[in-house]
Design a protein around this ligand. Structure first.
Ligand SMILES: [Fe+2]
Ligand SMILES: [Fe+2]
Length: 363
């Protein structure tokens, strides 16, 4: 993926969306760029880079940047783009916590050189490892995939595969409970949901003794299952109460949006595409988008649906607290003809695995 130098994840916070494309044109494909959407909390790793392009002459912009950096916490590299070589703006940027500045007009070679210096200045524990190796890395890949769907650019399948492999490694080495606890501690909303579903699906397939290729296929389907949500307005996605009928209709478009985004990506196999499109179908025909019935819903989709529902139940939602794993499993068991009873029974040891924290609300 790279020539030996580190690929950095660069989050861009800009006061105008039109500022993002020129920066993307400079830093990609050497590095990966993720715009921070208005009002959305960024998923930041300590070694990520935040690039801030705001008009610091405006008090409202200064306040917004200050608040963002306060929430961003320990992110190490904070680069400000300054409109021109103005001493007062450079001072303002550093007063806000800038670790370096870039001056307009941006010069490609200069920007890449400055970023490469960041690498040299921040060796990671002496290891020559890619940045994206841990939970923050997996979350960052989710952020990048969502960003691609939003921009209408192809998802990098290699990234989805990398995230899936990281999740499989983590769940098989440390167990599902550790993964769930870690994810719930550090990540929020849609990314948290995707990370949870992937971990649960991998735990489910592993628990059933699946061959590694099948664990991987289900894991990849889980990694990709909700990418269509990138095109759902945040006002609906992050609504702090239950959705109204019209909003629900919009939300229900996400499986097809995800399917459409992925079908153009070379190398996504048909079973994974099918699972992305049909993860909200039920055996009794009451699901969406195609109201399939049992005969048309393969095992991989049935397992993804169970993992998806269970994850949603143990998540914190703005309008209700997270359910314990026991309670969530009980609710799954009570869904009657929607889910396959034998699979729900097989899911029980995964849902209630030893070492769990049954009080999910304690996170
Ligand atoms: Fe979904
Ligand atoms: Fe989901």
């Amino acid at each position: 993926m790279n020539d030996g130098r580190l690929t950095m994840l660069i989050h861009v916070l800009a006061d105008k969306p039109s500022k993002v494309a020129p920066i993307r044109a400079i830093v990609e494909p050497r590095h990966r760029l993720v715009p921070i959407r208005d009002g959305q909390k960024a998923v930041l790793g300590r070694d990520d880079v935040v690039l801030i392009d705001f008009d610091l002459r405006r008090e409202a912009c200064v306040s917004e940047v200050r608040e963002f950096l306060h929430e961003a916490g320990s992110v190490r590299h904070r680069i400000f783009v300054i409109d021109r070589n103005s001493h007062s703006l450079i001072v303002q940027a550093h007063a806000l916590g800038a670790t370096s500045t870039l001056l307009r007009p941006l010069d490609r070679d200069d920007v890449l050189h400055r970023l490469s210096l960041l690498d040299l200045a921040a060796p990671r524990s002496g290891r020559h490892a890619p940045v994206l190796t841990d939970l923050a890395g997996s979350a960052a890949i989710f952020a990048s995939m969502f960003s691609a769907v939003l921009d209408g650019t192809p998802i990098a399948l290699a990234d989805a595969r990398q995230a899936t492999e990281q999740i499989i490694n983590s769940v098989t080495q440390k167990g599902l409970t550790a993964w769930l606890d870690d994810v719930r501690k550090y990540h929020e909303s849609t990314f948290q949901h995707c990370l949870l579903v992937s971990g649960i699906a991998v735990g489910f397939a592993t628990g059933l003794g699946f061959a590694s290729a099948d664990v991987y296929r289900l894991g990849l389907a889980a990694t990709l299952h909700d990418v269509g949500k990138a095109n759902i307005p945040l006002a609906i996605l992050d609504k702090p109460s239950r959705l109204g009928a019209d909003e629900e209709r919009v939300m229900r478009e996400h499986p097809v949006l995800g399917f459409d985004a992925l079908k153009a990506v070379a190398g996504v196999d048909a079973e994974v595409l099918d699972a992305v499109r049909h993860h909200h179908e039920y055996l009794d025909g009451s699901g969406y988008p195609d109201a399939l019935t049992a005969a048309d819903i393969p095992d991989i989709v049935r397992m993804l649906t169970i993992s998806d529902i269970f994850a949603a139940l143990i998540e914190q939602r703005p309008y209700r607290p997270p359910l314990s794993r026991q309670k969530a499993y009980d609710m799954l068991s009570e869904m009657g003809g929607k889910l396959e009873p034998a699979l729900v029974r097989a899911f029980r040891p995964v849902a209630l695995a030893k070492g769990q924290n049954t009080d999910a609300g304690s996170k």
